[in-house]
Design a protein around this ligand. Structure first.
Ligand code: IPE
Ligand code: IPE
Ligand code: MG
Length: 237
């Protein structure tokens, strides 16, 4: 793993990799006096729309935060509802993803997810492994701190004579995926919530009040326009 892995897109007006903290599903439902799960269902529809926009804009990588290692703290029904939603999303996705040359990948502590869900995940991952136009990465049971700890464990097993940035990076969940250029968070929260801690060191951030189910092409374009105006310096002048 060479240092070329590090994404440095100083003058590029389009992000190569967008990562999204899809937040606000619960509040969207609450505002309508609906159960929270309806918000998650509406959020899944937004994923479809955003996927089309990402393809249209020729973005190479899209990472979506779907379930954090902290989301287990939610009521059992909500956690199960989210996993059911993921299963039904994955169940009939392969052919559509293949048609659009989209490779579906996962990041997180996958081994502790329910077996049935894992089987669906493995199937789509295998079915689309040859696709090259877009890498769609779903973070499920993902935590940035946990990813760093898992990388440290791998390093300890390797017992290397020396540890540098590129060796550490090679121990992350998806070492070939470049760092996100743009991280978007919806719903007005201005925090990372344990998302891509290592990878977002030099990401540009875009926060919007829009709740994830309402996230539209207009919001997406605003994020891209904001990104295009940023001057990325990476510590230089
Ligand atoms: C984000 O929406 C989806 C997940 C975390 C799974 P939330 O469920 O966090 O929605 P709010 O923040 O409660 O509105
Ligand atoms: C972050 O949202 C996790 C996902 C979007 C999957 P949360 O709603 O869980 O984050 P907090 O609890 O507001 O920080
Ligand atoms: Mg939330």
């Amino acid at each position: 793993m060479g240092t070329t892995q590090v994404t440095q897109q100083k003058n590029n007006s389009m992000p190569r990799h967008i990562a999204i903290i899809m937040d606000g599903n619960g509040r969207w439902a609450q505002k309508r006096n609906l159960p929270r799960l309806f918000g998650h269902k509406a959020g899944a529809k937004t994923v479809e729309k955003v996927l089309k926009l990402v393809v249209k804009n020729k973005i190479r990588y899209l990472t979506l935060y779907a379930f954090s290692t902290e989301n287990w703290k939610r009521p059992k029904e909500e956690v199960e509802g989210l996993f059911d939603l993921l299963k039904s999303y994955l169940a009939n996705k392969s052919s559509e993803l293949k048609k659009n040359d989209i490779r579906l990948r996962f990041a997180g502590r996958i081994e502790s997810l329910p077996e049935k869900l894992r089987l669906f995940m493995e199937k789509v991952e295998n079915d689309t492994s040859h696709c090259k136009t877009l890498d769609l990465i779903l973070c499920i049971n993902y935590g940035g701190r946990q990813e760093i700890i898992d990388a440290v464990k791998k390093l300890l097993n390797m017992n290397p004579p020396n540890v540098d940035e590129s060796l550490f990076r090679s121990c992350l969940y998806l070492p070939d995926v470049p760092d996100p250029d743009l991280v978007i968070r919806t719903s007005g929260e201005v925090r990372l919530s344990n998302f891509l801690l290592w990878q977002s060191s030099y990401a540009e951030f875009f926060f919007t009040e829009t709740l994830w189910p309402d996230f539209s092409e207009k919001d997406f374009n605003e994020a891209l326009e904001s990104y295009a105006k940023r001057q990325r310096r990476y510590g230089s002048i």
